[in-house]
Design a protein around this ligand. Sequence first.
Ligand code: URA
Length: 233
Amino acid sequence: MRRLDQLLANLGYCSRREAREWIKAGRVTVRGAVADDFGAKVDPADVRMDGEPPDHPAGLLLLLHKPVGLVCSHDEREGPNVYSLLPPRWRARNPPVTSIGRLDKETSGLLLLTDQSELVHRLTSPKHKVPKVYRATVSADLAPALVPLFAGGTLLLKDEPAPCAPAELKIITPRTAELTLTEGRYHQVRRMFASQGAEVLTLHRTRFGHLELGDLAAGQWRELPLSEFSTAG
Ligand code: URA
């Protein structure tokens, strides 16, 4: 059960003050009756705003094809962000819709967005070892010896106390590779290749856990059920 004015505000419809105006104006019903108590505790399933049921009251989980050029930070000073691709009401939700881990501004590909903080913590925790697959093009030919090196779990990156967890490298052409990581350190793919003298020129994430981008175009997203990463069963 949630407080009526808070429900409207948290789902991004309006501020809490405006929610009270909406209620006074008779735009909100609870179980078919016009609501008059903005502090009433309600089941979102019973509420209608202008006759419409509430927008995703249980939460949002989205799979986005992040284009190059957008950041995952909410801080406007860091430049245009991925949230600008979402409908305004979703951008106004509280708790806010945020990315599950981050991709660099110059990286494209599969990015999950959610307002479920528990899911963010679970899927970004190195403990859970969620595999993420990246496709990179690089500035120098990749030696086959990189495959056992990255798989070995001994590669130390500059200023990091612990070596990278074992990572699977597939060399596709001398300057194109697919790398599967189960952790998500800052600029990890770029730094792993840079440590071996290869600059990453393009980077694209194709998979996150069991999810793939499929034919989703850059800048497009699709909804996933909140149960997608359910631990039950
Ligand atoms: N590794 C990187 O270097 N950049 C990303 O965006 C993701 C992984």
